[in-house]
Design a protein around this ligand. Structure first.
Ligand code: ATP
Ligand code: MG
Length: 445
């Protein structure tokens, strides 16, 4: 059976064949060429051609005019999406300064409008010929990220490229060419001139595609954290008690935890761990006997973390989930001492699986003590979903039927009943009603 990667590659080959049969030039382009040379399976294929977008649209049955104005048509083939882009002469200006129409051009011009050499190559899948007009192969061999053309001009055209450069360096473990790096540093303070949605999308990719620890460093050295989330820099030099944190200050601890994030992790886990101790610097205090404390850092951290995710224009779900992960990241440690009802409520939280991931990374980047983590894992494994989150024995209408007047007490009664149920003290509706009679209902005499 063909693998998924082989199926999407044969779709891309088919598109190239169809365009050529119609008399056009067509090549694989950009990231997929780079990935193939690196021996990685491209996650999608871009095809570059001299056929105009309207022609491409007519040639294929299922198309979406994703960026027709900019020369891009998406073709859907066997459920996979391919981007077919007409050779362009214009660079990309994508922050409201986009030219209203692009100028189409030659393959040479199209290579030059791309951002980095390693992503600026073309490949002929029928002859296995690489078309490298920008020195991409040399840089790929040497492991170098280098802007195509004049780096300062390229970053001025589209500042998103600063983040893209950092992302590729982090993901592939490449060095950044000195001239490109200098231009990145100079342009970094103006990163906020582009749409924050674009920044947010790129930040997520930086943190979830592998090499997130290195990404943290590059963003720091480049001045991007200073421009985008200066709160992170406060972690540098924020000293912690050595017995708990032999690895060093809050930055080093976070850096170590983040560097263990696997490629393909969720953005909420990635930002949850990146921001889990974000408020420690603000909450740091030394009490009278010299003990360093960080009281309140989880609650304050949740607020700061949600603010950063909002700044990156992430969804409400993401903001809330990251806030939860930061707020509750120390709760797992209390699990062995929790009353059963409290433990079950924690295990039933929607984000608990992700909280476990964050807690694991946090532990591995400090004491490596996983006793409480294993306690939670065992608790989860030993109980059914129904045991953890059973259907309620009583509802508000039961209380009314039994003669209680609706009011604020209802919530309390229902919570208490649920506590008893989760603790295992009551198990049936009859027992719940008997308990209600004993505690809340006027005794009949
Ligand atoms: P990834 O693996 O992350 O998809 P990629 O190199 O394929 O990496 P895409 O964002 O998919 O990146 O873009 C496809 C190609 O389009 C890139 O290889 C690059 O040549 C070009 N490109 C994308 N964004 C820009 C940009 N902002 N400026 C210039 N060229 C760009
Ligand atoms: Mg791509």
């Amino acid at each position: 059976m063909k693998s998924a990667a082989a199926i999407i590659e044969s779709g891309a080959r088919h598109i190239v064949r169809r365009l050529r049969d119609a008399g056009f030039a067509a090549y694989f382009a950009g990231g997929c060429v780079r990935d193939k040379i690196l021996g990685l399976a491209p996650k999608d294929y871009d095809v570059a051609t001299d056929a105009r977008p309207e022609v491409v649209q007519r040639m294929f049955e299922h198309t979406i005019a994703v960026g027709a104005r900019f020369g891009s048509i998406a073709v859907i083939l066997d459920g996979a999406q391919y981007e077919i882009t007409t050779f362009r002469a214009d660079a990309e200006y994508t922050d409201g300064r986009r030219p209203s129409a692009v100028r189409f051009g030659t393959i040479e011009e199209d290579a030059k409008r791309r951002d980095f050499t390693i992503g600026g190559m073309f490949f002929d899948p029928e002859t296995d010929r690489l078309i490298d007009l920008v020195g991409g192969m040399r840089d790929l061999r040497a492991g170098i990220i280098r802007a195509i053309g004049n780096p300062a001009e390229r970053f001025a055209e589209d500042r998103l490229r600063i983040l893209r450069g950092a992302r590729f360096a982090a993901r592939f473990g490449f060095e950044i060419d000195p001239a490109t790096w200098n231009a990145m540093r100079e342009a970094a303070p103006s990163i906020t001139e582009i749409a924050h949605e674009r920044i947010g999308d790129e930040m997520v990719r930086l943190m979830t595609e592998g090499g997130a620890g290195r990404a943290m460093d590059l963003l720091r050295e480049c001045g991007l954290w200073a421009a985008l989330a200066p709160e992170l820099l406060e972690m540098i030099g924020c000293a912690q008690p050595e017995n708990y944190h032999p690895e060093g200050d809050v930055w080093s601890h976070t850096r170590m935890a983040v560097s263990m994030l696997p490629a393909g992790c969720s953005e909420t886990v990635a930002f949850g761990i990146l921001l889990h101790d974000i408020a420690k610097p603000r909450c740091r205090a030394v009490d009278s006997d010299g003990k360093v404390t960080f009281y309140g850092h989880t609650d304050q951290g949740a607020v700061i973390a949600a603010g950063i995710m909002a700044r990156f224009k992430r969804s409400n779900f993401v903001q809330e989930r990251v806030a939860y992960l930061v707020r509750d990241h120390l709760r797992l440690c209390m699990a062995p001492r929790m009353r059963k009802a409290t433990l079950k409520r924690m295990l039933a939280d929607d984000g608990f699986g992700e909280l476990m991931q964050v807690a694991m990374l946090d532990a591995l980047a400090s004491s490596s003590y996983l006793g409480y983590w294993n306690f939670c894992r065992r608790a989860l494994a030993s109980m059914s979903a129904r045991e953890i989150h059973p259907p309620r024995l009583l509802t508000g209408s039961d209380l009314i039927e039994l003669g209680l007047a609706p009011g604020p007490l209802f919530k309390e009664i229902l919570k208490e009943a649920e506590d008893l149920q989760l603790d295992g003290a009551i198990a049936t509706r009859e027992q719940a009603i008997a308990w209600l009679h004993a505690h809340y209902l006027p005794q009949a005499n």
